[in-house]
Design a protein around this ligand. Sequence first.
Ligand code: AMP
Length: 540
Amino acid sequence: MSIKSTMMDYPLTLSTLVERLKTYYPRVEVVSRLPDKTLHRTHYLDIHKRTKRLASALTKRGVKKGEGVATLMWNHYGHLEAYLGVPIMGGVLHTVNLRLSPKDIAYIINHAGDKVLIIDDILLPLYEQFKDDVALDEVIVVPLTGEKVNSEYTDYEDYLKLGDDDFSYPIIDENDAAGMCYTSGTTGRPKGVVYSHRSTVLHAMAEAMVDTLGVSQSDVVTPVVPMFHANAWGLSYTSVLVGAKQALPGPHLDAESLMDLYQSEQVTLSAGVPTIWMAIKTAREAEPNRWKTAPNMRMVVGGAAVPESLFRAFDKFDMTIIQAWGMTETGPLATVGIVKESLSDLDEDAKYACRIKQGLTLPFIDIRIVDEEGVELPWDGKTSGNAELKGPWVTAAYHKNEGAEDSFSEDGWLKTGDVCQIDQEGYVKLTDRTKDLVKSGGEWISSVDLENAIMGHPDVLEAAVIAVAHPKWDERPLAVVVVKEDKQITTDDIRQFLDGKFTKMWLPDAVEVIAEIPKTSTGKFMKMALREQYKNWVWE
Ligand code: AMP
């Protein structure tokens, strides 16, 4: 007779995290910066109470298990309450990226089938731009400015009063949906990634491990990465799991506001894209004695490659950068760039060379690199291949099964669209990207959508948009165009032509007119050749 496990089948659901807040961390603070820059202070006992009231109110108002509740919010206490309150009542927290165009926002709200939207009062002007294109039952407004909420909407504070303190948790399977995020498709529309309770809990536990981000109850955590982008890299849930204080920046993401927050709250762990840290570096260098941050503050930097100069500069400020790589589809954390103990005798330059790699995969994240035919390539630190991932917080599909043919291998690995090398120590190093997108300040721009629009210009014959490195935004779009005979075109012409069709940050910063766009044997634009040609491009 085979021996069977005698362990309990205990579900990994978010209600356990919520209850721990009350039991173990009631007095731990959650600080949020409001639109007027003042600090709102509360603590986990109150967050616990309000979270349960929100869950209860949503239930009473008819939100059913598996239904999406959209949020359009900055990082603050209200968003944290939605992060917890929606999934514990069985709803699916759909964090909407407020930097998308109103057209795309309406598309994804409709695609997810959301019936309720929770929105910051300061974002109502954005809602006004797409409200006629969505069919929401209720719009709940968080009064961050303290101003009275217009009566056509529901005031969030009134909504919480509808809820009961003794909300009892419904039975939720750990594989039930807890949250969803849309990610840019290379072509066509954004695609939805749906996280489960189990994937969210496991991701939080993995992120808390000492050899990953080591988030602990003694940390003060500031996710600068928005709660609407890949779940603020999971840091909200991880902070709740371990009972870490959170200092949330609200809409104020400029260097000065962040440094003020780091100082006033003595933040020990923050996270964001390189653009944020470039700005902080400039501010610190300009006024070296202005701020006093917590000793050996850690900053998780990811979303784009982190230049070595940034590591070196922050080491001088006693702020340690930890690089992380991942994507919306992977929870998002897949690797963390720590230097293994067995490599601790490397000299200083070699250590930097190690830290600028994307790092080691987290436990339970499997990685392989493959060639175009899907044949696995060696981990020799020299061979580049397409990175594919598997793991308990890696998506196995997109919402409504869209995009499956391009995104998953036949044997079920996620194709990341990133090209990397892996060395014998297991360090992953990104060398290129196959996905045809531009990542600017942490947000995606679809080059294909821009090309199609530019080719609609009457004087343009062909257009290719490529990502070119930019000192502030990591990458910006450069449009390379071929004009019709006897025609001329300038950057301003193209920008004016695109104005109104895309959000401002999507518009190409420069337009280069060339005689012919290099093409493959099948007539496709050879973007790699163009990227190579313009790799030393200097932005004016
Ligand atoms: P997102 O889904 O918006 O979080 O974007 C994920 C993508 O960002 C990845 O597939 C990479 O192309 C890029 N990315 C994330 N982290 C890094 C990193 N540390 N270095 C380079 N690129 C990164």
